[in-house]
Write a protein of this length. Structure first.
Length: 354
């Protein structure tokens, strides 16, 4: 596995599945750490990757959003116990965070002091209540001073745009939206919650959290559930896109001596709407020697190691007093023997719409 890692420029470029004479190696990469599973025979790849995802999200929750080799060394016993509960005999077993927290106490200074004084174990001796209930994702004794539940709809637009030089340049060939319903539950007891979309017939490829009642959803297209405590993804879905994108970017590159770049960005939203946190990542060839960029809006940061420039614009809108467009121009220096071997240059657009 290490030999394969050394062959790629970036860890993210390594294939998720590596075949060896003795096993299939399946890995996930998060925060500079590889999570690797060795499978002696063929398995469902998505099952292994989903198990990795559950393990990683559990570790994030236990270690407050930060995982590294130092954390693993300091809390080796906790990590070992979690892996022993999540995977049993090579198969996913206990993956519900609520159950795991009742069986294995998250590390804390107060907990360490208490165990050192009382001699208690971090793993509970008694079987947790979550292991025997019909609702293992939630405890019954949860109490809040102020009850509330919050929903955030996070949607990503995937589109293919015609880049030819003809009359169809800029036309949307195909587009679709992938959405997630992020939920943060701060409710006491065992609440019953109902979530209904205005037009559920538009949703397709819906994937639901295990707390949602499937029969009710299939019959009434309503999300009825007893929510887990804290943050979770209630559902994911897919929507058909439109022929009009919310933002238009016109990049122009020339690879001469020196090279030149010009990028113009314009919003295509209603006057009552605006694009927030707009940013563009511009990757330059790995052989780039120097870059000089300027813009009429926002700020530009160039990373000499990754050869990526990030142009942070901020807010764009078509409303009165809003910025309707932004332009970046500049040049970059390449070696005299540089030859392009890749496809056309591309830019990565980041934004949120409100």
């Amino acid at each position: 596995f290490v030999e394969q890692v050394n062959k790629v420029a970036k860890p993210e470029d390594l294939d998720a599945l590596i075949s060896t004479p003795h096993a299939f190696l399946v890995h996930s990469y998060r925060q500079g750490i590889f999570f690797v599973s060795a499978c002696p025979s063929e398995v469902q790849l998505l099952l292994v990757l989903e198990t990795h995802s559950r393990i990683i999200s559990t570790l994030f929750e236990y270690f407050e959003g930060r995982i590294d080799d130092t954390k693993f060394r300091e809390h080796f016993s906790t990590v070992f116990q979690l892996l022993d509960e999540i995977v049993d005999g090579g198969f996913p077993f206990t993956t519900e965070l609520n159950q795991l927290k009742e069986m294995i106490e998250p590390p804390s200074i107060a907990g360490s002091v208490k165990r050192s004084l009382t001699g208690d174990f971090q793993v509970k001796e008694a079987l947790s209540r979550a292991a025997t209930t019909l609702i293992p994702w939630r405890r019954a004794d949860i109490r809040y001073v102020k009850d509330r539940i919050m929903f955030d709809l996070v949607e990503e637009l995937d589109a293919i745009v015609d880049a030819s030089r003809g009359a169809s340049r800029g036309r949307v060939v195909s587009s679709f939206i992938r959405g997630q319903i992020h939920t943060n539950c701060c409710l006491s007891g065992m609440p019953e919650v109902t979530f209904k979309a205005t037009n559920p017939s538009l949703l397709s490829d819906v994937s639901l959290h295990r707390c949602v009642r499937i029969n009710t959803f299939n019959r009434e297209k309503v999300l009825s559930f007893v929510p887990p405590d804290g943050q979770f993804v209630l559902a994911t879905y897919r929507l058909s896109g439109s022929e009009q994108l919310p933002i238009e970017v016109t990049p122009s590159f020339s690879f001469g001596s020196p090279g030149a770049v010009k990028i113009k960005i314009e919003p295509h939203v209603l006057p009552s709407q605006s694009l927030h946190e707009v940013a563009i990542e511009i990757p330059f060839p790995a052989a780039t020697q120097s870059v000089a960029l300027s813009s009429d809006a926002g700020g530009i940061k160039y990373d000499e190691i990754t050869k990526i420039a990030k142009w942070t614009i901020g807010q764009l809108s078509n409303g009165e007093g809003g910025r309707r467009s932004a332009t970046l121009e500049g040049s970059f220096q390449l070696p005299s023997d540089f030859h392009r071997i890749n496809g056309p240059p591309f830019v990565h657009i980041l934004s949120t719409s409100k």
